[in-house]
Design a protein around this ligand. Sequence first.
Ligand SMILES: [Zn+2]
Ligand SMILES: [Zn+2]
Ligand SMILES: [Zn+2]
Length: 364
Amino acid sequence: MAAEATIVLYTLVFGFYSFLEVSGSMPQEIRSEGLTLTSLFSRYYGDQDIDFIGYHMRRCTGAIVIHSFLPLIYTIGLQFVYPHFNILFFWDVPPTVQRLLMLSFVSILVGVSVGVAHSRKQWSAHPLAKVLSKYSNNWRLVASSINAEYRRIDKFVADVGRYKIVITDSWILKCGVHTIQAIRQSEAELKVSSTDEQRIDVEGRPVQFLTIQVSSVEPHITSFKMRLKSEIYGSLREKLTLPIQVARRIVIRQTLDEQFLVAFTEQVERNGKYSVPNECLPLEPCLGCSQSMPEVKLMKTCTATGETSCQSCNCKPMWCLSCMSKWYASRQDKNRPDTWMGGYATCPLCRQKFCMLDVLKIED
Ligand SMILES: [Zn+2]
Ligand SMILES: [Zn+2]
Ligand SMILES: [Zn+2]
């Protein structure tokens, strides 16, 4: 009876570990410690910063081969848990173990065959090479342009546990445990198809997840889905060169800063305009992001008077709308977003006080 209980316990633990391993759901702590079967062999996959496509082809194929050994590892483990037979003597072990051993060898045979098939002709037979060859006669040229784009620092990478989403200047890639999918941005269509909520936030707040369907206008390219936290929706959209369609009934919860930027922009549009005097030209890029040109000027236009009222800032326009909105929001009470619109902040440089009415848009 005790032996049976041990076998059941061993099977449950092994089954759970295998499920996490094969589905890629292993917790981040275990993955970062390199305690997964697949990470044991990671040094053979190369460097993804040098050869991104090659690395992921080897990693996925490696995972298929390694996971095909799981039934054999289970059977060998069983030998230690229940040492009443010796798997080295096939004809003497109980019939159940004989069947397990046969299953193990079939699994390895399939896994190794797939591995050999994928790596044939210097990986030209890998499913990803076949996808890339739909974009060009020479898939290696496509692969090296993706590799070059991956090396740029402004790529978008989201590790969602079971897979990684990578968006480069012209590609959308989904890197799963056993497969990698790729669609070129110029032929892609993205659609938020559903949302769901989970309470996994450290403060117990619900976190919204978006399921985005990525498909290609080319019929022979396979589409795929990705599920991401809605808080990274903004940075995802920034990296894409195409709009994301959102199904009508879906409401995407933006971050507080994003919601505020909308309200801030609306208020600034209602305020007056400021024309930059010639002696201030040319303007230099925004001090906050160095990406956009300055868009706003702080100047007292509100009617409040007295000791503590706003003052005019004498700095020349140095900030874009988004950076000024973030700066203003960062000076407000995080727990009272309802008071933000009526609040105050100080100029990042000269420290003069201003309110929302004092942010003027620069005249083009
Ligand atoms: Zn100032
Ligand atoms: Zn800026
Ligand atoms: Zn004011």
